[in-house]
Write a protein that binds this ligand. Structure first.
Ligand SMILES: CC(C)(COP(=O)(O)OP(=O)(O)OC[C@H]1O[C@@H](n2cnc3c(N)ncnc32)[C@H](O)[C@@H]1OP(=O)(O)O)[C@@H](O)C(=O)NCCC(=O)NCCS
Length: 142
């Protein structure tokens, strides 16, 4: 398993496709809905196995000291093997190198425990995505 930033056009294509398939398609969201206006300035990490992008995550800065993680996803059949943690660790390493003092994220209810195991704590309930997926604002202080 290789943990890296996407570089080639194909890697970026596969990365956004994975995001769409896991985080958007099950709720009938169109292609393109897996991206936002911060892609150009964000830190992107992918997990690659046998030339296939099987996991991903992204980080951006909300201020000099506050980073935010978004779009964490691992292929269904490869979950629970530590890939998500490897991606999260790499994103954290990179934002800390750039001066982050705290990291926030909005976690789907179903993955709150994953983030708790990685040192994040619930701050408060946040939005409900697509009217059906409750989220929690979580924070980790470095
Ligand atoms: C969240 C996600 C990226 C985690 O990836 P993963 O590769 O399965 O996670 P890991 O194998 O690195 O898990 C690390 C630890 O968290 C636990 N964990 C992972 N997902 C969990 C979940 N949904 N509920 C409870 N515990 C979970 C693992 O059991 C493991 O615990 P351990 O260290 O005691 O063995 C993955 O489940 C996923 O893609 N989910 C669907 C998309 C999604 O909801 N993304 C988050 C949007 S906010």
């Amino acid at each position: 398993m290789i943990i890296k930033s996407p570089q080639t056009r194909q890697e970026f294509f596969d990365y956004y496709d994975l995001r769409w398939r896991i985080l958007r398609a099950p709720w009938n969201q169109p292609k393109g809905s897996e991206q936002d206006e911060l892609e150009g300035q964000a830190i992107h990490i992918i997990a690659v196995e046998e030339d296939k992008v099987v996991g991903c995550g992204r980080a951006h800065f909300n201020s000099d000291e506050e980073a935010q993680i978004r779009y964490m996803a691992v292929e269904n059949h490869l979950r629970g093997k530590g890939i998500g943690k490897m991606i999260l660790d790499e994103l954290e390493k990179k934002v800390i190198e750039k001066g982050a003092k705290k990291i926030i994220l909005h976690a789907r209810e179903s993955v709150v425990k994953f983030y708790e195991k990685n040192g994040y704590r619930i701050v408060k309930p946040s939005h409900t995505l697509f009217g059906v997926i409750p989220h929690y604002l979580m924070k980790k202080t470095i």
